[in-house]
Design a binder for this molecule. Structure first.
Ligand SMILES: Cc1cc2nc3c(=O)[nH]c(=O)nc-3n(C[C@H](O)[C@H](O)[C@H](O)COP(=O)(O)O)c2cc1C
Length: 357
């Protein structure tokens, strides 16, 4: 299986399946001399972990990370950082009913057809459990980028949206509720909607907005590795993601140029920021902001018709502990993937910029 690594200079490779011994990763290229705050890393994992509130899956995994290499007396050594997170709460028999059955809109059919060997327990490698390793690496990347602010939050659940621009939100409130929405009134409505859907054994989609502030001018590698292209790839690699837009996004397509152009101030900042902080694939120093759309996840607890590996029509019903809505747990994953891109592009810029002296 290829495609398990992300990044060019700050490079993460992840391994592991949902119900195997452990998941983990290797970060190659993290600079030496970075003093790690291990509590901050664990805190990011706790924001992603299952069982954290009544509106997420009730699996109980402590998700404790153990570092195996690349760190000496709390400081990175410049050698590969290896880490593992043990799997401790597997209930593989919750999945025996789908051993030969493909859940509609999950990865069961495509993995089976491609590899011919299917680890059906907990979704195997296709499980979002893999993203815990991304969160560890992202937490280290965040520490490397301490002057950049990275904030993601739930901006919609179903058709309930925050109806304010991000500039009017107080990011210090993101963690004040279980849906991770900084607008209290919207948060309450979103939580109620998830609970309603959960009661019916169904699932619901949503969006996460992410804002990157204090990003220096000059991150991004034209032409194929534009900063927004890499952010898009990072976000679209997260399980259940169906859409990515940055800056004016799809709304920009409805506008005319005289409305859309960001007028310069004399210091190079712009009066508006429909470009979303990136022009020509390179950061321009303004806020970078983007939205990521998550589908309602596939495993509903309702009866559905599907097929089995023999191609026969069968009825199945999801069992076990699933997320009715993934966005609250995906907020730290979005931040982690953004941090990985910025760390990688910061190292690339050091190599290639015209201010290397
Ligand atoms: C944080 C998070 C939690 C998830 N939890 C579940 C879940 O409980 N049940 C489920 O069917 N899918 C869940 N998913 C989504 C699946 O991993 C994903 O839909 C599946 O791998 C198929 O990939 P695709 O939807 O990207 O095509 C979750 C995704 C994320 C990001």
């Amino acid at each position: 299986m290829a495609g398990n690594s992300f990044g060019k200079l700050f490079k993460l490779t992840t391994f592991g399946e949902s119900h195997g011994e452990a998941i983990g990763g290797i970060i190659d290229g993290c600079p030496s001399g970075l003093k790690l705050d291990f509590d901050a890393i664990q805190n990011e994992l706790d924001r992603r972990k299952p069982g954290q509130s009544k509106i997420v899956t009730q699996r109980k995994e402590p998700d404790t990370v153990e570092f195996l290499s690349g760190v000496f007396e709390g400081v990175t050594t410049g050698t590969p950082i290896g880490f593992v997170i043990k799997n401790t709460n597997q209930k593989s028999k919750d999945y025996s009913h789908i051993k030969d059955v493909y859940r509609p809109s999950h990865a069961d059919y495509t993995y089976d057809k491609k590899y011919g060997v299917r680890d059906y327990r907990g979704g195997g490698r296709s499980s979002a459990r893999e993203t815990a390793s991304r969160v560890v690496a992202g937490a280290i990347a965040k520490q490397m980028l301490s002057s950049i602010k990275i904030n993601a939050f739930t901006s919609s659940v179903g058709d309930i949206f925050i109806d304010k621009p991000y500039q009017d939100l107080d990011f210090s409130k993101i963690e004040s509720n279980i849906i991770r929405c900084p607008d209290e009134a919207s948060a309450e409505r979103m939580i109620a909607r998830v609970q309603e859907v959960k009661k019916e054994g169904d699932t619901i989609g949503g969006t996460i907005t992410c804002v990157l502030q204090n990003v220096p001018v000059g991150l991004g590698e034209p032409v194929f590795d534009k900063l927004h292209a890499e952010l898009g790839k990072a976000m679209l690699s997260i399980n259940a993601v169906k859409g990515f837009e940055y800056g004016s996004g799809f709304c920009g397509a409805k506008m005319i140029g005289s409305e859309h152009n960001d007028k310069f101030n004399e210091d190079g900042t712009t009066q508006s920021n429909l470009s979303g902080g990136i022009q020509g694939g390179i950061s321009n120093g303004m806020d970078i902001y983007f939205r990521v759309a998550f589908k309602p996840v596939a495993t509903t607890l309702q009866k559905q018709e599907t097929i089995n590996s023999k191609g026969e029509t069968v009825e199945m019903q999801g069992k076990g502990r699933h997320d009715p809505c993934v966005v609250p747990r995906a907020v730290p994953i979005v931040e982690a993937m953004a941090a990985l891109v910025l760390a990688d592009y910061t190292l690339l810029r050091r190599q290639e910029s015209n201010d290397w002296k």
